[in-house]
Design a protein around this ligand. Structure first.
Ligand code: GTP
Ligand code: MG
Length: 259
């Protein structure tokens, strides 16, 4: 029985969404890695289809973390500020290259007094989204501390980082260009991918979360392929067998598209 909600039609990804700025991107390939596409075509994605990947959203109070998640998950926007107390989360189901994939988006509190509750939920994240307000340079400066705190609970070598400037609708083009210059520098230092969004207008919100889903998915499939080692994902494991060869490598036939 599948206890997860079905995937909505507008959550289907058939191509790799592109980065916003090539200068600060996790990678700039046009397509998913061929190994990933191939594994999906051949249904060799192992447990990826059942996995729920944790994504945490951190940043100063009132930068717009909750509004960002609500714009994407519920297509709503609230102009009144209601501080998040501790944490909250939303589940989003996608289908990437025909494989179901779920993200659990953890919305954390930016207020100092709730920070210690929120930080207990940082562990086990596959992606960290650090949000700052494009109209408040101090919130950009604080992103380094937010990142350091989140990385204390996670493996810096495997987690994907995104630096997101919010409230783009409130900056003039000239102000935006100035802020973007600084933000790109911070993103490069952090090795994070840079995005600029507006939850009020919806600008780039969907593109951004699709990119998060796609890149997290790609990492998961690559990890599965690596983990499977000599055993190919999709092979049948025979249980209660005397046969010394436990793996029914029915797929001794050569893969059609993998190297
Ligand atoms: N104009 C504009 N206002 C925004 C945008 N995003 C958020 N806001 C406003 O900014 C305020 C704070 O937004 P929240 O999403 O609650 O901020 P938060 O980061 O979740 O704050 P904490 O939960 O305290 O950490 C609210 O009044 C929102 O309406 C945006 O894209 N444009
Ligand atoms: Mg909030």
């Amino acid at each position: 029985m599948n206890i997860l909600a079905p995937v909505r039609r507008d959550r289907v990804l058939t191509e790799l969404p592109q980065c916003l700025r090539k200068e600060a991107a996790l990678h700039v390939h046009k397509d998913f890695q061929p190994r990933v596409t191939c594994a999906c075509q051949e249904h060799r994605t192992g447990t990826v289809g059942f996995k729920i990947s944790k994504v945490i959203v951190v940043g100063d109070l009132s930068v717009g973390k909750t509004c960002l998640i609500n714009r994407f998950c519920k297509d709503t926007f609230d102009k009144n500020y209601k501080a998040t107390i501790g944490v909250d989360f939303e589940m989003e189901r996608f289908e990437v290259l025909g494989v179901p994939f779920s993200l659990q988006l953890w919305d954390t509190a930016g207020q100092e007094r709730f920070k210690c509750i929120a930080s207990t939920y940082y562990r086990g994240a596959q992606a960290i989204i650090i949000v700052f307000n494009l109209n408040d340079v101090a919130s950009l400066e604080h992103t380094k501390q937010w990142l350091a705190d989140a990385l204390k609970e996670n493996d810096p070598s495997s987690v994907l980082l995104f630096l997101v400037g919010s409230k783009k609708d409130l900056s003039t083009p000239a102000q935006y260009i100035l802020m973007e210059k600084d933000a790109l520098k911070v993103a490069q230092e952090m090795k994070a991918e840079y995005w600029a969004v507006s939850s009020l207008t919806g600008e780039n919100v969907r593109e951004f979360f699709f990119r998060v889903a796609a890149l997290t998915f790609e990492v998961n499939v690559l990890a599965e392929l690596e983990k499977s080692g000599s055993r190919r994902i999709g092979d049948v494991v025979r249980i209660n067998s005397d046969d010394s060869n436990l793996y029914l490598t029915a797929s001794k036939k050569k893969p059609t598209c993998c190297p």
